[in-house]
Design a protein around this ligand. Sequence first.
Ligand SMILES: O=C(O)CCC(=O)C(=O)O
Length: 264
Amino acid sequence: MASPIHSAFTPDELLQFESDGYLVARGLLRRDECAAIKAIAQRDLDAIALPVEYEADTHYPGAPPSHDAPGGRTVRRLLHAYERDARLSHCATAPVIAARLGQLLGPRVELAQSHHNCVMTKTPRYSSVTGWHQDIRYWSYQRPELISVWFALGREVIENGCLLVIPGTHKMDLSAERYDAALFLRQDTEENQELISRQKPVELDAGDVLFFHCRLFHAAGKNTTSVTKFSLVYTYHAADNRPLAGTRSSLLPDVPLALGAGSK
Ligand SMILES: O=C(O)CCC(=O)C(=O)O
């Protein structure tokens, strides 16, 4: 029999998140929910339903060099997931997610719409390699305290480019010279290589949900299978952690979550 889904993290899980900077909650979405969301994503991928980000826009290793190159219209992200379809927005605010975020972020939590807020699509033919980075580079908030929630809609393993993380790095302050110009970890120094050698793959099944801190170093490889990988990804912050005026983070309204009992 499958183990029951608890509506909150246990105290041990909260300690684990604090020390590692990430945590997987298994089976939070039912298989039929995953299938329904994946069908929406497949429909929008087939139609290239805007707004999207193309692999070519990333300029990551392995991405097509331009929109006009072979594979240049390969979609990497179906953007604005929260506004895209009711099924996707329900996931963003589902009580099992909101309750856990309340434990991690406090009693008032908001969804940030300015980055992530997407279905990540990793297609077999033209996927790229994502280098080691911290997502905090995507946002400008008063405090570098955001948490992303990654819903696996199918199996995620090394072969199809699952996330790789370096536990505990959300607490590290690295000097500026350890990053390259695009804020990826440089691969050519011994101390960075030592750090990268501590990596762990986050393998997920459909319905598993990864919570991770915006300062956690992570990376991902290409999809070497013949099947597209779909992951729904949202990011959240405490309501008193405001986006900085005039930045991209302040352009779209944050969405307050309704939290039940049991929050921090
Ligand atoms: O799936 C991937 O390639 C990693 C995506 C990622 O780390 C990001 O968009 O911040």
